[in-house]
Write a protein that binds this ligand. Structure first.
Ligand SMILES: Cc1ncc(C[n+]2csc(CCOP(=O)(O)OP(=O)(O)O)c2C)c(N)n1
Ligand code: SF4
Length: 276
């Protein structure tokens, strides 16, 4: 071993010791929320679903509403959301989550009800349910994960697939002349009188993760006011079907998804509307 290698090994060892002394209970800035079960998730490494699950459960924990919250799981990669969230959950058929949520919320109006759906689920097979639920102003939260593809079934084109984006069913890239334009569901929902709060968020960087969490917190607080539907789109990734590493996929979110799906609030209630 030459002197240079020895030095770099020593430095590595020193760094390890330092890291160990930093990882103490007093320095803990993040821990798994109690409502997120301590099990291994089936999501691919780097997938945004896991982050979105964690945020939702952090908010439920922080608001202390675990026993009052009911989630509706979709069909898609997040079909097993009920295995990860330690709250009451109902599985719905593909696209029907907001219809199931409508029934549950109407029977149990004191509960906090949310749906968690992908873009194949919410913006393709469930378009009708989504639009009518928001138009009726059902007092629920809809969390919409937009990763531009049908993740679970192998990466087929979704209504949200970007122009030119290659998927298994658009191998030459989405041709808008043949397959139409990507559907901006959040923009449509924002125009409906029944929607109360509509926002588009993302989870590709820590700063945006924090913003997405704030939107969830607000939505649960708004649900208490009973004024209409809260809708949060989360622009996400699908590293496996996009055939990218997690880091590349997050970069792709920033460079390609966000110009088409700009982040921010699309409908915000006035102070008067949120006054208790
Ligand atoms: C009525 C019906 N049609 C089709 C399917 C097949 N299917 C299951 S998951 C899925 C796509 C899910 O994609 P998405 O909702 O975008 O969620 P992701 O997996 O990307 O999170 C499809 C088409 C089904 N289960 N039921
Ligand atoms: S296939 Fe895509 S959406 Fe599904 S878990 Fe893997 S990365 Fe996530």
């Amino acid at each position: 071993m030459n002197e240079r290698t020895m030095l770099s090994e020593e430095r590595h060892f020193e760094n390890m010791i330092q890291a160990e002394s930093i990882c103490t209970a007093e320095n803990l800035v993040y821990e798994r929320p109690g409502t997120l079960l301590d099990v291994t998730m089936h999501y691919c490494p780097g997938c945004g679903h896991g982050v979105a699950h964690r945020l939702l459960m952090e908010v439920v924990d922080e608001l202390g509403i675990q026993s009052q919250t009911i989630g509706i799981a979709p069909v898609g990669c997040s079909v097993f959301a009920y295995n990860y969230m330690n709250i009451d959950m109902q599985e719905a058929a593909h696209g029907r989550a907001t219809a199931a949520a409508t029934g549950i919320k109407r029977v149990l109006p004191e509960k906090y009800v949310f749906t968690y759906q992908g873009d194949g689920d919410l913006a393709a097979i469930g378009t009708g349910e989504t639009i009518h639920t928001c138009n009726r102003g059902e007092n629920i939260l809809i969390v919409f994960i937009n990763n531009g593809v049908y993740g679970m079934t192998g990466g087929q084109m979704a209504p949200t697939t970007l122009p030119g984006m290659k998927t298994t069913t658009s191998p030459y890239g989405r041709d808008v002349k043949v397959q139409g334009y990507p559907l901006k569901i959040a923009d449509i929902v924002a125009t409906l009188p029944g929607s109360f709060y509509v926002t588009r968020q993302a989870v590709h960087t820590p700063a945006y993760v924090r913003k997405a969490k704030k939107a969830m917190l607000k939505s649960f607080q708004y649900q208490k006011l009973g004024k209409g539907t809260c809708f949060i789109e989360i622009v996400s990734n699908c590293p496996s079907n996009w055939k990218m590493t997690p880091v590349e996929s997050n970069r792709w979110v920033k460079e390609h998804m966000l110009p088409y799906y700009p982040l921010g609030d699309l409908k915000v209630p006035s102070e008067k509307e949120t006054a208790q």
